[in-house]
Structures are given as structure tokens and as C-alpha cells.
Design a protein around this ligand. Sequence first.
Ligand SMILES: [Zn+2]
Length: 454
Amino acid sequence: MICNVSPGVRTRHRIALCLGLLACTAAQTASAADCPGHPDALGTSRTLVVDPKDHPRIGTMQYGETLPLADGEVVLTFDDGPLPRHSNQILQILASQCVKATFFLVGRQAQANPEGVRKVRDAGHTVATHSQNHPTNMHRLPIERARQEIDEGIASVSAALGDGSAPAPFFRFPGLARADGTEEYAASKGAQIWSADFPADDWRPVSSSRVYELAMQRLQAKGKGILLLHDIQARTVAALPKILHELKARGYRVVHVVPATSELAATPTEPQQWLLHPPSENVAISRWPKIPKFVFAETGMLPAPAVSDSYWNDDWPAPLDRAKAKGRAGAVPLRRQAPWPRKMPLPLQSAAIALPVPAQSVFVLRDRPQLAARAVALPSRRTQQAASARHGKAGVQQASTEAGASRRTVAGKPYPGGVRRATTSHTTSRATQHAAQPGRRSLKRLVQVKKGSV
Ligand SMILES: [Zn+2]
């Protein structure tokens, strides 16, 4: 229970909250009981008095703050009236439940139906304004036109009231189409900009049951807040009795909002109550001290930092580099080379690559002696195999080396790696070249090479 708190921790806030809740409960009981002819009426749980200057923008659909409501509290708002055919029904439904709401009236509608404005006032609801002509693009209007919309809307509703009184300094942008300049102008006139916490989409072509569902679903999701409705829609008239009935059934409470005046002080609140979901006492941020408003005692200029102050000063160039840079105006010394090893060129592969000696049987041609003669005219491995077989063991090692190399050298094609090995491949290529020349001379030359290398 929120009232059972340990003393000393934000005591003031908690006491205010507890008193508010107690007042709410008492007010709700009194309101429901005081609704003549409707003992089971929803009633209005309490009246919240707000000062627009302290909180000039409310409604979490667009702003950070909203009305300081407790969980389960709802504020009903109706836009775009008065339109007698539907607005009068809305007033009757609200009266049957003794519920008070806030009506954002359009100036042009008030001019056409001033009696409807007075009905809203006489029923005890709050009369607020919603521009003169309800432009859908008010955020794009020139600032002078936007100001005119605000001023004329207030003037039209004031004229409709007819008693010299003015509407409440609450203003809602048509279509919630806000703009910075217009907001500032409204605030300069002491108006509080009302957005909403959730709509029921009753301006869309949806059924009345859908309006009811959206209103209750969105209220349940947020737990409290400002509900945006329209008193000029038939579907809203149809949905409202069910909404009020369900609010009562689920234990929600309706709050009536009025502006503070010289005779009526604003309801005491804590700043965090104006947040839809203020941080709980268990969250550390709620216990942090408030940030003070800093006042700069001095406005002196700090000296520009030197290059040597930068973080890379640890790796400042060597004295030699500094000396080089000093000779060139505006030159920045190059960074000293890192101490780790440079990339070194790879050593050349040795020509004496030890390859495994192939078996002698590799060079033996069985039962096909005619191939030996033909091998003279063939390039590459066949030539070498035939030569090795004919000259016995002599030159086996060298021949095997060449044979191994020849395996890597496809006749007439480059080495698959793109670069031929320097010595081995070159030798093989030369041998292959000779071997590729048909004739006895080439064979003789090949044999000499093999013998000489043994
Ligand atoms: Zn509107």
C-alpha cells in the first residue's frame, strides 16, 4: 500500500499522494451518492485545479507531461462541438452518470450554436477552445494565421457564453497539429496546450463498439489518462453509455479539471506526478538530488590547447623528424615508425629442392618398345621417362628431379600458380623444349645433360 511508507523518504510527496487518494475515495463516494435518480452512477471522483503557467503542455501523445492523475483516474474530453444533434445527447448521457468533462469547442460552431455553448457551461463542464475554423493543417499555417485561429476561437466562444466570462485557458490543436511558434503564442496568452493520452478513433469510420473497445483497451494499457472523444459523432453517442458503464464496473474514476484562478488555488502536486509513469521509490533515479540551475560566474575564454597536449603525444616523432619538420613552415612531423618488425622480403626458393626419388619402375615401359622411339618426338614427361629407361640408372636422380618438375609444368601451358619456379621450372622448360624437337639430335642432347649431372 502506497500509504505505508517509511518516514523520511520523500515524505512530502507521499503524504500529498495519500491525501489525494483519500480525497478521491471520499469524493467518489459523495459524487455517486449525490447523483439524483442514479444511485449507481459513475459520478465524478474529484476536481483537479491546474495552473497552465506551471505546466503549459500536457498529454503524452505529444508531450512529456500529462495531468497529475492517480492510477485508475480518467479525464474525459470532447472535441469539435457544439453540434446540437449529437452534443445534446452527449450532455444527457454525462448528466445521467453525473460525470463532468472538458469540451474543446470550435469557434465557428459556437457562433452557429451559442446555446449549445451555454448548455455545456450550465451543466458544469469545462468550456475550452479548439480554434475558430478547425483547420486541418494548422501546423503549416503562417504564424499570423495560426494566431488568428486561436484568438478568434476564444472570442467566438466567449461571445457565445454571453456573461462576460471567458472560456478556460485550455487549448487543443485541431488534429493535434501543433507547431512551436503557435505553442509559444498560446503559452504567452496563458493557455495550457492539451494533447491527450489516448484516443478512441471515433473520428474514423469505425463502429461504436470499436470506439468502446479502443477506449477501454487503451485506458487499460496506460492505467489512467486523458481520453480524447468527439461530441459531434453518432458513434460516440452510441459508445459513451457503455464506456461509462465499464469505467464504473472496472473501478475507474472520472476527474474533472478546471483552471486555477485568483479565487481558486491549484491542487498541490509534485513534479513527478505530472508524468504518466513516474519512477517508483525503488528506482535509484527517484532518490538522486535534483540538478541545480547553474549560473556561470565567469565567462572567460579558456586557452586553445597545444598540439603537444593531444593524446598521441606519447608517440611524438623522433628528434630527427622534428628537425625536418621544423624547416618547413606549417609542416607536421611524421609519426615515428612503430617498433615492431617491418615486412621482410621472402628469401628465394633454393633451386636444390629435395624431392622424393621416384621408383625405377616409373620409367619402365613394358611390352611397348615402339613408344620409346615415339617418345623422342613427345615433350615433357614421356620424353624423360623414355630417356631414363634407355640409359639405365645413370642420371636417375636428375631425371627424377626433372620429372617432378615436369609434372608441375603442363606442356604448352603456364604453371597453375601463374609464375614458374625460377630454376627447376626453367631447366625443365629448356629440356622440354629440346625434347619437343623431333630428331636424333634432341635425344642426344637430353642424354648428355642427364649424364653430366650425375
Ligand atoms: Zn477537432
